[in-house]
Design a protein. Structure first.
Length: 160
């Protein structure tokens, strides 16, 4: 599995379908990205977002609450579920998956893969979060590394 793609997937909070095209793209990205940065540096960046999970639509904890709220509003307004059906359908198709995205973080430590074959770290060792350049995005054990990473990423002092 390509480490650069894993890093990008972790940042995006998505899980791609691993097809032949994805493997070819991963190899090309690997060659491009690792000209400047090492595998361990990508793992260190990924450590900021490790444990983040994004859930959309019906699997979001807020999704069912939306239906209860809609029913309550219909009852208060004296309308039926069939009123404005087309408008509601269009709205739901576009907005609901985005509106009910739920991002959670399970505090976990990123470990290098069992087959990590570089001399800068041992396989399965814990990876400490670190930025690729500029000032470090520091955080304490009680704080959220994702918030520290976001602040670092958007900082005017970041030399991006």
């Amino acid at each position: 599995m390509n480490r650069a793609i894993v890093f990008l997937v972790l940042l995006a909070g998505t899980a791609p379908a691993w097809t032949e095209e994805a493997r070819v793209a991963a190899q090309q990205i690997d060659e491009l990205l690792f000209d400047q940065w090492t595998q361990i540096q990508f793992h260190q960046m990924a450590a900021y977002t490790y444990g983040v999970q994004t859930t959309f639509g019906i699997y979001s904890p807020t999704f069912n609450g939306m239906f209860a709220l809609q029913k309550k509003r219909r009852e208060q307004a004296g309308t039926s579920p069939n009123d404005e059906v087309h408008l509601r359908q269009a709205f739901n198709e576009m907005i609901v998956p985005i509106k009910h995205a739920y991002v959670s973080r399970n505090p976990a430590q990123l470990r290098l893969p069992h087959d990590y074959a570089y001399q800068d770290a041992e396989p399965k060792s814990v990876v400490k979060a670190a930025t690729l350049f500029g000032a470090p995005a520091e955080f304490s054990l009680k704080s959220n590394p994702l918030e520290s990473f976001a602040a670092w990423l958007t900082s005017p002092e970041n030399p991006r």
